[in-house]
Design a protein. Structure first.
Length: 203
């Protein structure tokens, strides 16, 4: 119709602005070094020379303390005399050792174990003492052992501070008479209770 109002054209929507390229500065940002983040031994530890000096000082101090505080026997003693006989055709020597043990400590000393020790050119031999109930039997078979006979020195004996104990230790060694006479040393090792080091008597 002649009176119809014409329809207006649709509004124009402006087109989106063209995208801008990413800034090149983001690509060229501050370099990231992971080594700087976590550190390195070279940066965090003292110089090797200082470490070595420190270790040497610790070792030296430890050695000095250990030497000064080293345990010492709580007693001393001596082998007063000994008698020996050869057992015929058995490659065996019986030895009666008379010993004296002195308590040099400030508390009572209790004997725990006793051992005879013989050192020769062919090696070292050890033996525990014969039971005291057998002493008379050995004395009858070998009268020479009675020459300096004393009561047996027994385990469990108590020695008071500044006191001493005397006794016989009767032991045997599987050596010939000749080897025994050419011995390097003869000894008795006495281990007290509650003591880290034994009392060693030699002759």
């Amino acid at each position: 119709m002649a009176n119809e109002t014409p329809t207006p054209p649709p509004p124009q929507v402006p087109s989106a602005a063209p995208s801008q390229p990413a800034s090149s500065s983001a690509e060229e940002g501050t370099p990231f070094e992971i080594g700087e983040e976590f550190g390195t031994a070279k940066r965090n530890l003292p110089p090797a020379r200082i470490v070595v000096i420190g270790v040497v000082i610790i070792v030296v101090v430890g050695a000095i303390v250990s030497f000064v505080s080293r345990a010492k026997p709580q007693g001393v003693g001596s082998i007063d005399n000994m008698t020996y006989v050869e057992v015929p055709n058995q490659n065996l020597v019986l030895v009666a050792i008379n010993v004296t043990v002195r308590n040099t400590g400030e508390k009572p000393l209790w004997i725990h174990t006793i051992q005879g020790v013989l050192k020769t050119d062919t090696g070292e031999f050890t033996d525990v003492p014969v039971s005291p109930v057998d002493y008379d039997r050995y004395f009858q078979a070998f009268p020479a052992l009675k020459e300096h006979a004393q009561p047996a020195l027994l385990p469990e004996i108590k020695i008071s501070p500044a006191g001493e104990a005397h006794g016989m230790v009767l032991v045997s060694f599987s050596v010939t008479k000749d080897a025994f006479e050419k011995r390097k040393s003869l000894g008795a090792v006495i281990q007290p209770y509650d003591q880290p080091r034994p009392i060693v008597l030699t002759k």
